[in-house]
Design a protein around this ligand. Structure first.
Ligand code: HEM
Ligand code: HEM
Ligand code: SF4
Ligand code: SF4
Length: 400
C-alpha cells in the first residue's frame, strides 16, 4: 500500500538511536500481498496517529465488547471515531495470544502465527505486552473468529483481558538460570491450566496478575507488576566456597562491592575468609550475584508470596509486599491454590468495581486482610515504616 499521508510529527519519532514504532509501521505499510480489507491498515494507522498528535486528542474509542465465541476476554475492541476518513483503521482490535512460560518459541511456530496475522490482521505485533501475551495489534471484527479458529487449531490460546486473571508470566527460571529456587515455568504453566475459567471468563472486581520469579533478582519484575508475586527463595545458610572467595579477592574489592553493599550488614571478612550471619540475611541476592562462583543459595527451596503491586490507574502505584515469607512450591501446589481461593473470595466480597486487591487491602487495612484470609502476622510483612501490622485491636477491645 505504501505511504499515503505526510506525517511530520511522527517523523520526529524516527530520529535518535532507538528503534521506532513509526519505522516499523511504515515497513508494514510498504508491504504487498495483504488481504484487500486489511491492506490499508498500517498506512491509515500512520495518518490516524499523525492527526491525533496534531489535534492532541485521541480519535480511538472503546467500542463495546468484541470477542470470540465462548470467551469473555482476550480481545480488546478499538474503533476509530473518524472511520470515513481512515477506513483502514475503522476497526483496530487487539488480540492477545497466551505466551508460553519463559517466552520460549520455536521459530517455525512463531512464523506460523505471524503468517496467520498477515492473513487476518494488520501484520503488526507487540512482543510482549506488559501482560505477557503476544499482542496482535489491529484487526477487523469479521477476522476475529477465522483468526482464532486457525491459531487455536494449532495449539495456541487467547490470553486474559478485562476483569479476569491475566496471562501469568515468569522468568526463564531453571531452564537457563542456576539461581532459580523454584521451577518458574512449571508453576506458571500450572497456574494457567488451573485457572482457565478465571482467565477466559472475567468475573473478578478487576484484573489479577501472577508473575513468578526464580529468585529475588526478580527478572520478571513481579514485585512491581503483579497482584501476586511468587519469588523463589531459600531457607538455611548461603553456601560459601572459600577457595573461590580468594579468587574473587584478586580481581575485585570484596569490601566495597559486597560487604558494604549488603543491606543488612551481615557479611564480613576475617582474614581472607568470608562469613555471613545468615540470621540477618534478607536474601536480597546481592552478594550471590556479585560472586556467583563463590556463593550459592541455601539448599531448602521455596517461594515468598507477595501481594498488591500495580501501576497507577484508580489510585497510585503500589509495590508488592510480603504475605507468606516461605511456602513450598511443589506440585500439586495445594497450599498455594488454597490461599489464592481465599484471597479471591475475600476480594470478590469486599472489592469495589475496578479495585485491585492491593487497593482493597490499603482501603480496609492489612490486619483485616490477614485475619479474614487466615494468615498469621510475621515481621517480614512490614511494608514501610509506621505501617505496623502487629497492632491488632477490635471495637470490642475499646468498649471494654
Ligand atoms: C487515552 C487513551 C487510552 C487510555 C487512557 C488507555 C489506557 C489503557 C490501560 C489502563 C491499559 C491497561 C488495561 C488493562 O490491562 O486492563 C491499556 C492497555 C492497552 N491499551 Fe490502552 N489506553 C488508551 C488508548 C489506547 C489506544 C488508542 C489503543 C490502541 C489503538 C490502546 C491499546 C491498548 C492495548 C493493546 C493494551 C494492552 C497492552 C498490553 O497488554 O501490554 N489503548 N490501555
Ligand atoms: C516490642 C517492642 C517493639 C516492637 C514490636 C517494635 C516494632 C517496630 C516495627 C514493626 C518497626 C517498623 C520497622 C520497619 O520500618 O521496617 C519499628 C520501627 C522503629 N522502632 Fe520499634 N519496636 C519495638 C520497640 C522499639 C523501641 C524500644 C525503640 C526505641 C527505643 C524502637 C524504635 C524504633 C524506631 C526508631 C523505628 C523506626 C521508625 C521510623 O523510621 O518510622 N522500637 N519498630
Ligand atoms: S529472577 Fe532469578 S532465577 Fe529468574 S532469571 Fe532472574 S536471576 Fe535467574
Ligand atoms: S543475600 Fe543480600 S542480605 Fe543476604 S548476605 Fe547477601 S547481600 Fe546480604
Amino acid at each position: 500500500m505504501g505511504k499515503k499521508y505526510e506525517t511530520p510529527l511522527l517523523d520526529e519519532l524516527k530520529k535518535g538511536a532507538f528503534p521506532s514504532f513509526v519505522t516499523e509501521i511504515e515497513k508494514a505499510a510498504a508491504r504487498s500481498g495483504m488481504p484487500d480489507d486489511l491492506a490499508s491498515m498500517a498506512s491509515d494507522l500512520l495518518g490516524h496517529t499523525e492527526l491525533c498528535f496534531k489535534e492532541k486528542v485521541t480519535h480511538w474509542k472503546h467500542g463495546g465488547i468484541v470477542g470470540v465465541r465462548g470467551y469473555g476476554g482476550g480481545v480488546i475492541g478499538r474503533y476509530s471515531d473518524i472511520p470515513a476518513q481512515f477506513p483502514g483503521v475503522a476497526h483496530f482490535h487487539t488480540v492477545r495470544i497466551n505466551s508460553p512460560s519463559g517466552f520460549y518459541y520455536q521459530a517455525d511456530a512463531l512464523q506460523e502465527v505471524m503468517d496467520l496475522w498477515d492473513k487476518h490482521g494488520s501484520g503488526l505485533t507487540n512482543m510482549h505486552g506488559s501482560t505477557g501475551d503476544m499482542v496482535m495489534l489491529g484487526t477487523r471484527t469479521e477476522h476475529l473468529e477465522p483468526f482464532f479458529a486457525e491459531v487455536s487449531s494449532r495449539g495456541w490460546d487467547l490470553g486474559g483481558s478485562g476483569s479476569a486473571m491475566r496471562t501469568p508470566s515468569c522468568c526463564l527460571g531453571m531452564s537457563r538460570c542456576e539461581w532459580a529456587n523454584i521451577d518458574t515455568m512449571a508453576i506458571t504453566n500450572d497456574i494457567t491450566q488451573h485457572y482457565q475459567d478465571e482467565m477466559h471468563r472475567p468475573a473478578f472486581p478487576y484484573k489479577f496478575k501472577f508473575k513468578v520469579a526464580g529468585c529475588p533478582v526478580d527478572c520478571i519484575a513481579s514485585i512491581a507488576r503483579a497482584d501476586m508475586s511468587v519469588i523463589g527463595t531459600w531457607k538455611g545458610d548461603i553456601r560459601i566456597d572459600q577457595a573461590e572467595v580468594k579468587e574473587y579477592a584478586k580481581k575485585m574489592n570484596i569490601q566495597s562491592e559486597v560487604i558494604d553493599m549488603c543491606p543488612t550488614s551481615c557479611v564480613t571478612l576475617s582474614g581472607s575468609e568470608l562469613k555471613i550471619d545468615n540470621s540477618q540475611c534478607n536474601r536480597c541476592m546481592h552478594c550471590i550475584a556479585r560472586m556467583p562462583k563463590a556463593l550459592r543459595p541455601g539448599t531448602e527451596k521455596g517461594a515468598t508470596l507477595l501481594i498488591g503491586s500495580k501501576a497507577p490507574i484508580v489510585t497510585g502505584a503500589l509495590l508488592s509486599w510480603v504475605i507468606v515469607p516461605f511456602i513450598k512450591m511443589e506440585p500439586p501446589y495445594e497450599e498455594f491454590y488454597d490461599l489464592i481461593g481465599k484471597i479471591w473470595e475475600w476480594w470478590d466480597e469486599n472489592g469495589k468495581n475496578r479495585e485491585r486487591i492491593g487497593e482493597l487491602i490499603e482501603r480496609v487495612s492489612f490486619p483485616k486482610f490477614l485475619k479474614e484470609v487466615g494468615l498469621d502476622p510475621h515481621p517480614a510483612m512490614i511494608k514501610e515504616p509506621r505501617r505496623d501490622p502487629f497492632f491488632f485491636w477490635s471495637e470490642e477491645d475499646l468498649i471494654k
